[in-house]
Design a protein around this ligand. Structure first.
Ligand SMILES: Cc1ncc(COP(=O)(O)O)c(C=O)c1O
Length: 458
C-alpha cells in the first residue's frame, strides 16, 4: 500500500533526482540482508527510492517514447499472473492459460482478416517478435532448398539472402539479421518518402538490382507505424512484390497494429492479412504493462520450422489437444502475459479502446497544427499517427539536445529527440488518452520557454 501511495504522489513526469543521487539512494539499500527487513519496510523503501523517482507514463508531460500508461484491468491482472505463475512452455504447466493465449492469437489474426489457419505466440516485445518472424523467414527459405537450417546451420546459398525494409524500419530488423548469422549487411534499407513510408519505386529498383546481381530477397519487411513518424508502408503493394519474388512477407505492426481496434483507422492496415508474419505490441498502443507482444503467423504449419523436441517438455506423445507452446517460441519458461491482455480487452471493449486511440491521433494532429502556426517551430511532416516531430529553425542538434536534456534533468518533461534523414528533431509521442489539447498547449509553451532560456543564457 505504501508503494501504491508513492505511485500516486509524483506531480510531474519524474523527480529532478540526478543520476548520482539515484545511484546513492539505490545502492544504500542492501540487496539481500542477512535478516529480512520485512514486507512493509521493503515496500516502503521501494516506494521512497524507486517509485518516488520513477518516470510517470500517465503524466501529460511524458511524451518521448511509445511508453504507455497502463489499463487498470491489466495492472490488477498482473497480480494474479504472478500468483498463479503459469508457465506457457508446456500444457501441463498452463492448461487453461494455453487456451487463452491461443484464443487471443486467433482473435488477433482474425481481425487482420487471416483464416483459422493462422495463430501466434506471445513474446517479450517488438524486438523479440521481429527476430522470431525473421527466424521463421530464414528457416522457410532454407526449407525451400530442402535444408533444415536449425539442424545443419546456414547453407552456402545464405550468403546471397537479403532482407529488404525501409530506411525508417526499426533497428530490430538489423539485430535479427545479425543474430541469424546473415549479418547486418544483409539488410537493404530502401529509401522512404518525406512522409516516412517506403518508396515503392526505390523498392522495385532494389529488387531488380538483386536479381541482376544473382542475390535473393529472403524477406520483405514492411513497417506499419514507424517509430518516429508513425508512417505505414504500402502493405498490399509490398506483399504483392514479396509473392512475386518468393520472399517471406513480414509486417512490423508493433505500433499501428492497434489500428485494428478503430473503425476509422483500420483501413490503413489494408493488406496486413496477406503477411506471413506480423508483429503486434500490446505494450504500446494497447496500454498493457511490459511485457506483451505477439507474433502472428498466417499458416500455423510454419511454426513446425522452429520446433525442437525435448524429452521433458514437448515429447509429441501428449493426449489430443494438449498443445505445448514451447515449440513455437524462442523462450522456454514464459509468463502468462496473454492473461492481462485478455482480461483488459474484455473489460474495456473494442469501441472504447478504438476511441482512446483516435483521441491520441487527434492530439498529434492538434500539436502539428499549433506548432506549424508558431514561428518558433517547424513540423517535419504532418502527423498521421500519435507522434508529432518538429524542429526549431535556427537551432542545431546541440540546441535541440540542450532543450530536451534541460527539461529531462529538471523533471519537467520527458520529450523525444531523434533524427529524421540525418537531421535532429524533437518529438511528441502521445500515449495517454486523458491528455487534452490544453495539455498540448502547455507543453508547447514549456518548450518555447526552454528555447528562450537557452537564447538568454548564450
Ligand atoms: C516499429 C517498431 N518495431 C519494433 C519495436 C521494438 O519494440 P520493443 O521495444 O517492444 O522491443 C519498436 C519500438 O519502439 C518499434 O517502434
Amino acid at each position: 500500500m505504501i508503494a501504491v501511495d508513492d505511485l500516486q504522489r509524483p506531480t510531474g513526469p519524474r523527480s529532478d533526482a540526478s543520476p548520482s543521487t539515484l545511484h546513492k539512494l539505490v545502492t544504500a539499500l542492501e540487496v539481500c540482508p542477512e535478516e529480512g527487513v520485512g514486507l512493509a519496510t521493503s515496500l516502503a523503501d521501494l516506494g521512497r527510492v524507486v517509485w518516488g523517482n520513477a518516470v510517470v507514463p500517465s503524466d501529460a508531460a511524458c511524451v518521448a517514447h511509445l511508453h504507455p500508461p497502463t489499463l487498470v484491468a491489466s495492472v490488477v491482472t498482473e497480480l494474479s499472473i504472478a500468483a498463479f505463475n503459469q508457465s506457457m512452455d508446456s500444457w501441463d504447466q498452463a492448461p487453461a492459460a494455453t487456451e487463452v493465449e491461443l484464443h487471443l492469437m486467433g482473435w488477433l489474426a482474425g481481425l487482420m482478416g487471416m483464416s483459422s489457419n493462422a495463430t501466434g505466440i506471445m513474446t517479450s516485445g517488438g524486438t523479440a517478435s521481429n527476430v522470431l518472424g525473421l527466424t521463421l523467414a530464414r528457416s522457410w527459405a532454407a526449407h525451400g532448398l530442402g535444408i533444415d537450417v536449425l539442424k545443419s546451420g546456414l547453407p552456402a546459398e545464405s550468403t546471397s539472402w537479403r532482407i529488404l525494409c525501409s530506411d525508417q524500419a526499426h533497428f530490430s530488423v538489423q539485430r535479427g539479421a545479425a543474430q541469424l548469422g546473415l549479418g547486418r549487411d544483409a539488410v537493404i534499407a530502401v529509401p522512404s518518402t518525406t512522409a516516412g513510408v517506403m518508396d515503392l519505386g526505390a523498392l522495385d529498383r532494389a529488387l531488380d538490382e538483386l536479381t541482376r546481381s544473382g542475390l535473393r530477397a529472403m524477406a520483405l519487411v514492411a513497417t506499419a507505424g514507424t517509430t518516429d513518424l508513425g508512417a505505414i508502408d504500402p502493405l498490399e503493394e509490398i506483399g504483392q512484390r514479396a509473392r512475386r519474388h518468393n520472399a517471406w512477407f513480414h509486417v512490423d505492426a508493433a505500433v499501428a497494429g492497434a489500428y485494428l481496434l478503430s473503425d476509422t483507422l483500420v483501413h490503413q492496415l489494408s493488406g496486413i492479412g496477406d503477411a506471413d508474419s506480423v508483429t503486434v505490441d500490446f505494450h504500446k498502443l494497447w496500454w498493457q504493462p511490459f511485457n506483451a507482444s505477439a507474433l502472428i503467423v498466417r499458416d500455423h504449419e510454419h511454426f513446425n520450422l522452429l520446433r525442437v523436441k525435448s524429452n521433458y517438455l514437448d515429447r509429441g506423445d501428449e493426449l489430443e489437444g494438449m498443445v505445448n507452446l514451447v515449440g513455437r517460441s524462442l523462450d522456454t519458461s514464459r509468463r502468462f502475459d496473454a492473461a492481462k491482455v485478455f482480461a483488459s480487452l474484455r473489460a474495456v471493449g473494442r469501441r472504447e479502446l478504438g476511441t482512446m486511440l483516435e483521441h491520441l491521433v487527434s492530439l498529434a494532429h492538434y500539436a502539428g497544427t499549433r506548432l506549424s502556426k508558431n514561428p518558433r517551430f517547424e513540423v517535419v511532416t504532418p502527423p498521421t499517427s500519435v507522434m508529432c516531430v518538429f524542429r526549431a529553425p535556427g537551432f542545431d542538434a546541440q540546441g535541440l539536445r540542450a532543450v530536451q536534456q534541460g527539461l529531462l534533468a529538471r523533471g519537467e518533461m520527458i520529450l523525444g529527440r531523434t533524427e529524421i534523414k540525418g537531421a535532429s528533431a524533437l518529438k511528441f509521442t502521445f500515449m495517454n488518452p486523458l491528455t487534452t489539447p490544453g495539455d498540448v498547449d502547455r507543453l508547447i509553451s514549456l518548450i518555447e520557454s526552454e528555447f528562450e532560456r537557452i537564447v538568454a543564457s548564450s
